[in-house]
Design a protein around this ligand. Structure first.
Ligand code: COA
Length: 323
């Protein structure tokens, strides 16, 4: 069986905040020029009061199902990647399954920080290949605005809220005709947990904690580890860099994105970039970018798409898919 990406969808909160507005709103000692130069971020969406990961994930899931011409009765499994679940349980995936009105199959969350979507895609692909699910919703949804230290200019300017989703349809290999997820490559190294972490949680402090990051260290690991994951994905499929039609990277920093595009020899217009308008939406960033590029017609059926991400853990990975 092959897991074919049958539809994509995205959701962004209504409120979009520019760097200057953010600085004024939160009383931050920063400038638009500094943020743009170091990160490429110009604005980000911030969830409304009471708007949760399940609210946003549900909207993205509905859009992905509609794009696939599917409905809740086609869904065997819901997998949500998030670091900002509505609550410890029910899982955000189960909340979304319930609100979709789907009563069969199963649902669960995946925790791999900014790599969450690649991890969830890997799990979904495995479920489809082994015949345990046929229709799978894979969702990344995040409200980082609730786990930021708004007095720390080194982190709070970097993140935004949003959700993205894909609907995977299991097809026999002959019917898929080369389409589908080709492979996923997942990695983690817990020795580096301290350089990007949330300093609390239900099982330790009882609170949610906030994001703490050693930015330069993360940057160093990101470039090396993402380059290795990309090489691994291509080698596993006996593909060359020149076969890649679209790079859809995790959107944390334009300098990391540009480094990966350059490594692959891809012109800028073959790299899907949303970080300027969305900032880093963690597990939501890749499916949001996929949805945007599918909707505006850039990514078309048959295109080879390379995805890669790195996040807290450290976790990192890559996925190759033919649309
Ligand atoms: N506005 C203005 N100045 C800021 C600032 C901000 N928002 N944030 C930090 N600074 C200051 C620092 O305080 C420091 O000042 P000092 O030299 O007086 O101490 C100076 O800028 C340099 O800080 P530094 O952290 O060394 O900057 P940097 O060039 O490494 O850029 C990041 C910081 C976060 C943009 C960069 O390290 C980065 O992008 N790292 C990767 C982050 C990432 O991708 N994380 C998510 C992975 S999922």
């Amino acid at each position: 069986m092959r897991a074919v990406i049958a539809g994509t969808g995205g959701y962004l909160p209504a409120r979009s905040v520019t760097n200057d507005e953010l600085a004024a709103w939160k009383g931050l000692d920063t400038t638009d020029a500094w943020i743009v130069e170091r990160t490429g971020i110009r604005r980000r969406h911030i969830a409304a009061e009471g708007e949760t990961a399940s609210d946003m994930g549900l909207a993205a899931a509905r859009a992905a199902l509609a794009a696939a011409g599917a409905d809740a009765s086609d869904v065997d499994a819901v997998i949500v990647a998030t670091a900002t679940p509505d609550s410890a349980f029910p899982s955000t995936a189960t909340l979304i399954q319930g609100r979709l009105g789907s009563t069969r199959g199963f649902s669960f969350d995946v925790a791999a920080a900014c790599t969450g979507f690649v991890y969830a895609l890997g799990v979904a692909d495995a479920l489809v290949r082994c015949g345990q699910a046929r229709g799978v919703l894979v969702i990344g949804t995040e409200v980082y605005s609730r786990i930021l230290d708004w007095t720390d200019r080194g982190t709070c300017v970097l993140f935004g809220d949003g959700a993205g989703a894909v609907f995977l349809r299991g097809m026999p290999e002959a019917e898929a005709a080369g389409r589908g997820i080709l492979s996923t490559h997942l990695h983690s190294d817990g020795r580096h947990g301290e350089i990007l972490h949330v300093d609390g949680g239900a099982g330790s402090t009882g609170g949610t904690g906030v994001v703490r990051m050693a930015g330069k260290e993360v940057f160093r690991h990101a470039v090396a580890k993402l380059a290795a994951a990309v090489d691994e994905a291509l080698a596993a499929n006996r593909l060359a860099q020149s076969d890649v039609q679209w790079l859809v990277p995790h959107q944390a920093n334009i300098r990391i994105i540009d480094a990966m595009g350059k490594k692959l020899g891809l012109p800028r217009e073959r790299v899907v970039v949303t970080v300027d308008r969305h900032a880093n939406t963690s597990a939501a960033s890749i499916p949001l970018a996929l949805a945007e590029a599918a909707r505006d017609g850039r990514i078309a059926r048959g295109d080879l798409v390379l995805m890669e991400a790195i996040g807290g853990g450290l976790t990192w990975g890559a996925a190759l898919a033919r649309f």
